[in-house]
Design a protein around this ligand. Sequence first.
Ligand code: FAD
Length: 302
Amino acid sequence: MINKLISQILPHMPEKLIWQFSKEYIAGKTTEQAFEASRELNRNNTLVTLDILGEFIENMDQAKDNRDQYIDLINTMEATDVKGNYSIKPTMFGLLLDKQTCSDYMRDIVATAAEYDNFVRIDMENSPTVDDTIEIFRRIKAEFPKNVGLVLQAYLKRTRSDIEAMLDLKSDEADLNFRLCKGIYVESPAIAYKKYEEINAHYLEDLEFMFQSGIYPGIATHDKPLIEGALKLIQKYNIPKDRYEFQMLYGVTPKQRQSLADAGHKVRVYVPFGEHWFGYSTRRLKENPAMVTHIVKALFAK
Ligand code: FAD
């Protein structure tokens, strides 16, 4: 009900108003602002993964521009003291328009990060993109085994078999590094679990399978029961602290994140920034209607 209402109101809300609430979840519009936010996180014993906002582009000029922006970001960041890596979204490089060029552009970004011995995570988008994203991941991983990872979504019924099918990519020299999240897109019940309990149960099953298989997981969640479940698995399998990390979104549950970092777990924050903040913000708003209260507050704040 509230979701429907939000979808109806969103297109009519002024951008300025949406920015008022978005700025809590977005590190800024410029690279320098993203570095500032990252330094603050680093000071609190937290790593970052930087994400330039933008997705589902309309032409391949935008794709090339996005590639160039990421390459600039990497070259600039590697010359600073910021500690972190990079996250990219395939549709930002034209996955739905020209798969081969998209794959080449993503490869160029990973190649740039590899020059600095750093790492790029390929985010997972909605279900029609999953097969192509895995295919591109495989291609890039074959060339840069240590410098690329992927995201998997626990709400998709296919995820366990996707993990199993990718085990052939694991080797002694290079980890398989998967971020596990619940999944944020609206998917049909034919292919996705929809209930909170079902998604959580599969999340922990997938995570356990990753530990059993020697995969390095990025445990991406703010959900307390899942964090507790993950900690139990870490204990059960006696997983060393350098064989997993927790990941959370910028601006979300900072206290929870800090208590994990203070307890000595590796924690990484996903830091989105850039001019194209609008799509990211409205998607999060639809996902988490509780955030509407922020907008209402912003309406009355001066
Ligand atoms: P939920 O049950 O949704 O949330 C648990 C609690 O966390 C909520 O009650 C609330 O208190 C808090 N919370 C969660 N989200 C928010 C929010 N946005 N604002 C304020 N409070 C919040 N999804 C993809 O589909 N593909 C990706 O590549 C991807 N990458 C991600 C990377 C990271 C580092 C993280 C943390 C998430 C990513 N996601 C991605 C999103 C993810 O799939 C979930 O939609 C999102 O994290 C919310 O799920 P949750 O596990 O936190 O649990």
